[in-house]
Write a protein that binds this ligand. Sequence first.
Ligand SMILES: Nc1ncnc2c1ncn2[C@@H]1O[C@H](COP(=O)(O)OP(=O)(O)OP(=O)(O)O)[C@@H](O)[C@H]1O
Ligand SMILES: [Mg+2]
Length: 475
Amino acid sequence: MEQVSITIPEPNDKQKLFLADQHRHVAYGGARGGGKSWAVRVKAFLLSMCWPGIKILIVRRTYKELINNHIVPLQAMIPREVARYNKTDKVFTFSNGSTIWFGYCANDSDLDQYQGAEYDVIFIDEATQLKEEWIKKINLAVRQPNGMPKRTYYTCNPGGVSHNYIKRLFITRQYEDKEIPENYSFTQALVQDNKAMMENNPEYVAELEALPPKLREAWLYGSWDIFEGQFFEDFVDRPEHYKDRTFTHVIDPFEIPDNWKIYRSFDWGYAKPFSCGWWAIDTDGVAYRILELYGCTQTPNEGVKWTPDKVFSEIHRIETEHRWLKDKKIIGVADPAIWDAETGESIAEVAARHYVHFSPGDNKRLPGWLQVHYRLAFDENGFPMMYIFSNCKAFIRTIPMLLYDEHKVEDLDTDGEDHVADEVRYFCMSRPIKPRMAPAPDEYATNPMNLFLDIPKADVMSATKRPRMEIIGGD
Ligand SMILES: Nc1ncnc2c1ncn2[C@@H]1O[C@H](COP(=O)(O)OP(=O)(O)OP(=O)(O)O)[C@@H](O)[C@H]1O
Ligand SMILES: [Mg+2]
């Protein structure tokens, strides 16, 4: 038979530890970009080659992620003479009888595919994205001893539904009945350990550096302890409350120039408060929360109950009477749930009857919170991309009270009074911005031009600081 040669790039030092690890439960990563998915693919391939007949499963949350992170790269890596991929069964079959299968798990019902199935080795890529009970059930599919290695590999970042479970097993190492401590091993890998990424994709590192402080701690430095306490630590109502803050988001109202765009964002509270915010956008894209309407849709102990009709007739009255809003085209964005019409007329239909129109907001939570954080971030001159007029009392009262969720740790605790926050999130997602760099990033690492310049760092720094004309026409 013809010889086939396969070249695999050299693993980095952390990947070498992972590849050589022989514990029953092996975890790797603990931060973004450390070369986790690469290590999974290479280890699965090497096991298949070394152990004829071995049965391997690679799990990710969704099928799309499996295709992008594993199936397509493995097809590129493994010659067809060595293994063939069957799309229908989602399996690579090696000429030595080994197989690599793929499974996804985004819902309870997806677990059915693992019922009764048996594998020698299971990889759970991005394990913290899967619920603890799913991970435990998937682990039941590691089959009885048959002379082959029996292992479960987990790759992980802090955050996600099973943050606390993975943290307990591999970071704090607090074990419960039947969990044998010696069976668990963890290798931490940060993006800095992944030389390939540092060299070929410095923008990725720059993106991690531009994350809001807590996510940066988690994903760039691999901290598992940071998702606790106040969710919007970056909101500064009164700088005199903080030792190290000189800038604030809360400002006195001023007259809104006629040419600024106006937005309205809205969150409906079913038997809870509703929140409506009006935003003015200046010519640099900076958002000012200028007005708000906040009230309870249930009869509270005191005050009035806001029926949908009352809410929208009041919004319409404000928009036709207030000097900042009247005669303006107002762009409305709202919780997509207001289009659900479980009891006849939907909330969106009631709104439309009162001439209040919305588009459905983008309800993705984590990207939405990131957008709010990006807008709150101050640049090096102390300018954020979002200001709050001091008359917006509901924002100023509720945003500092919100806490991180104990279970879905990078999200906020929805038991808090989060209606203003949700409505702000819909607004921010309707005008997404790029993260502004944290002050003083490493210029060499973040300048894409350096990719094609093979000159020492000091020279690049001085070259990029020269006037532009000199670089274009120059040496
Ligand atoms: N040893 C290596 N040699 C060459 N390239 C590598 C190596 N390790 C990782 N890479 C490349 O680095 C990039 C990031 O690696 P990978 O996708 O495995 O990281 P990750 O930790 O899974 O990232 P994320 O947290 O974003 O999922 C990929 O392009 C991958 O192919
Ligand atoms: Mg990955």
